[in-house]
Design a protein around this ligand. Structure first.
Ligand SMILES: Nc1ncnc2c1ncn2[C@@H]1O[C@H](COP(=O)(O)OP(=O)(O)OP(=O)(O)O)[C@@H](O)[C@H]1O
Ligand SMILES: [Mg+2]
Length: 431
């Protein structure tokens, strides 16, 4: 094997992301993972053959975005940091994959730099209310600081709720167990658990910021009583800021209505799409660093196909980057973007086919009309006749049911496809 000499640059390395996958899974994640893996191998082979180093693909999707690659959102970020530092209870709402978790992660990072203790929990990760309460207590105790500082509080907290709190001297980790068995009722102890951040912050003299992500899932535990327990405790905690982030705006909005505990509990922040110009700068900058250029029409085609949904902008840009590396293309235009989109749609087609098969005739017709004509015209008589949709009330019902199935969602009052490549597949099918 040839080895680099002392003054030579080291052998090219290619940072490959590990891709957890089941090769023939038909879930969108499975299809995406298989494709990502194949593209990674192809690029690696190409690089090795030419003895060249390839920089890591800068377009990241499905992961929290780091500060260097965070596009726009300055106003929202500053606002969120300010509100949390002030101990506000903020409700952050947007459809899926608009960038809530990334925004919150960055806000918490900035707060940490200001010595504010931070905690982040994703409600949907826990299978029961008890487990959620245990993890909540655990994370709060860990964030509160060294064991020496929290141990007196653990004993006090322990006396009232009688949990099993363990401290591992080697790892320094705290673990909490509240009660075992399916018959265990966590409701009586929930107020004590939710009071913990306030107690610790007040007594140890620090501030805290807590994120509860996928907060709409809280109602899966036991509806109103969890909401009540949290609301009653957090409103007493001046030293602790909370952000409740939710991906199903309709469920979150319902949670904030007049009859529910969180009504007027704090400011609401709706996350918009990121403007096209910011994306254009970001994408062009990365391609330019690699001596490549994507022309204006190509940029427009990419952003239109992604429907400006952050996840999908990154996903298509990621594919385009790999494609440009493979072909070593310097000038990229709309035809390259379309090629990449078509191949993405093809790799997802088994999944789309499965989804399509499960839909009723009216749901399919409504999706065809939406894919072809857009949200603006879907209720018009012309479109309803052309696509045999029936009366406007039936169209509305079909769209609502597609919303409930997470195929559609609403943005600024209009229905849109949560996966912006699905309408491409629908249009190709009808062509
Ligand atoms: N400000 C941003 N700059 C660049 N990319 C972003 C930004 N925000 C989001 N993204 C892209 O969108 C993807 C999804 O973002 P994120 O997971 O934060 O969204 P989310 O709203 O929390 O989604 P979900 O509802 O599925 O939890 C990220 O992995 C990234 O590719
Ligand atoms: Mg999220």
């Amino acid at each position: 094997m040839r080895r680099p000499g002392v003054n030579e640059a080291p052998a090219p390395t290619l940072p490959l992301k590990p891709v957890p996958m089941t090769p023939f899974s038909v879930t969108p994640e499975g299809v995406k993972a298989s494709r990502a893996m194949l593209a990674n191998y192809a690029i690696k082979r190409y690089a090795i053959q030419r003895n060249m180093a390839i920089p890591e693909n800068p377009f990241v999707f499905g992961e929290i975005i780091d500060q260097a690659n965070f596009v726009n959102r300055t106003t929202e970020l500053n606002q969120l940091v300010r509100d949390l530092a002030d101990g506000q209870k903020v409700f952050l709402l947007s459809p899926r994959r608009f960038g809530k978790s990334s925004l919150v992660a960055l806000a918490l990072l900035q707060l940490k730099k200001r010595h504010i203790h931070t905690v982040s929990l994703t409600v949907s990760s826990y299978s029961s209310y008890t487990q959620f309460l245990e993890k909540f207590a655990e994370r709060v105790l860990r964030a509160a600081g060294p064991w020496e500082r929290v141990k007196d509080w653990v004993t006090r907290f322990g006396r009232q709720v009688k949990p099993d709190v363990n401290y591992n001297l080697t790892t320094g980790e705290v673990s909490v167990s509240l009660g075992k068995g399916s018959g265990f009722d966590p409701n009586p102890i929930a107020p004590e658990v939710f009071a913990l951040p306030g107690e610790l912050a007040r007594n140890a003299g620090f501030r805290m910021a807590i994120c509860l992500d996928e907060f709409q899932q809280i109602s899966e535990f036991n509806g109103g009583s969890v909401e009540n327990a949290i609301r009653n405790q957090v409103q007493k905690q001046r030293e602790v800021g909370y952000v409740f982030a939710g991906s199903q705006p309709s469920l979150m909005e319902e949670m904030l209505t007049a009859k529910r505990p969180f009504h007027k509990a704090g400011p609401q922040m709706f996350l918009d799409k990121i403007p096209a110009n910011d994306w254009k700068d970001f994408i062009s900058r990365h391609f330019r660093r690699r001596d490549r250029a994507l022309d204006e029409r190509g940029l427009q085609a990419l952003l239109a196909a992604a429907d400006l949904i952050p996840y999908d902008v990154q996903r298509i840009a990621h594919e385009l980057w790999d494609y440009a590396e493979l072909k070593d293309k310097r000038q990229l235009d709309a035809s390259d973007v379309n090629f990449v989109i078509d191949s993405l749609v093809t790799t997802q087609s088994t999944y789309y086919e499965l989804v399509w098969e499960q839909l009723s005739a009216r749901q399919r017709a409504s999706l065809q009309a939406l894919a072809d004509r857009g949200a603006g015209e879907i209720y018009s008589q012309g479109v309803r006749e052309e696509f045999r949709l029936g009366p406007a009330s039936s169209v509305q019902k079909a769209l609502q049911s597609l919303d409930a199935r997470d195929i559609l969602d609403r943005y600024k009052g209009n229905y849109f496809f949560l996966d912006p490549l699905f309408p491409h597949w629908i249009r190709n099918k009808g062509a």
